[in-house]
Write a protein that binds this ligand. Structure first.
Ligand code: ADP
Ligand code: MG
Length: 143
């Protein structure tokens, strides 16, 4: 497996419920390193740009509104197979379908308000990281 980076977001519901620390603890316990992090309150234009791939989906407008409903905690995770590892730790999109022990199964309220975002491929991870961070803001330590 290769050393990878991926973008993670604690969504507005997760921040509101004081879950930033719990989410970060799960990543770090699983061997992923946080190499960049910041809080942001996204504008509607920023949320729409971030989720542009979902533009045609029926939930797009609600999703963008929800993502701007409060601050989010955006971070870059680094580790072996970080993209897939993060998705495993997050669990399935719908918390009802997510495996026990995953963030979404344990902590999420609904398919929309599901606490975390995670990049779904190495290509998208690179794009999503660049959407929020410049290379000089990343502090790799696993080398
Ligand atoms: P994931 O976040 O697991 O990669 P998607 O990329 O398919 O899931 O969807 C992006 C986000 O859109 C989801 O995390 C969730 O917040 C929202 N979403 C997805 N499907 C639905 C749906 N059927 N109804 C409402 N919101 C949805
Ligand atoms: Mg996705």
């Amino acid at each position: 497996m290769a050393l990878e980076r991926t973008l993670s977001i604690v969504k507005p519901d997760g921040v509101q419920k004081n879950l930033i620390g719990e989410v970060c603890r799960r990543f770090e316990s699983a061997g992923l390193s946080i190499v960049a992090a910041r809080m942001r309150h996204l504008t509607l234009a920023e949320a729409e740009g971030f989720y542009a791939v979902h533009k045609a989906r029926p939930f797009y407008n609600d999703l963008c509104k929800y993502m701007t409903s409060g601050p989010v905690f955006v971070q870059v995770l680094e580790g072996e197979g970080a993209v897939a590892r993060n998705r495993e730790i997050m669990g399935a999109t719908d918390p009802k379908k997510a495996d026990t022990g995953t963030i979404r199964a344990d902590l999420a309220a609904s398919i929309e308000e599901n606490v975390v975002h995670g990049s779904d491929s190495a290509e998208n991870a690179a794009q999503e990281i660049a959407y929020f961070f410049s290379v000089t803001e990343l502090y790799p330590r696993t080398r």
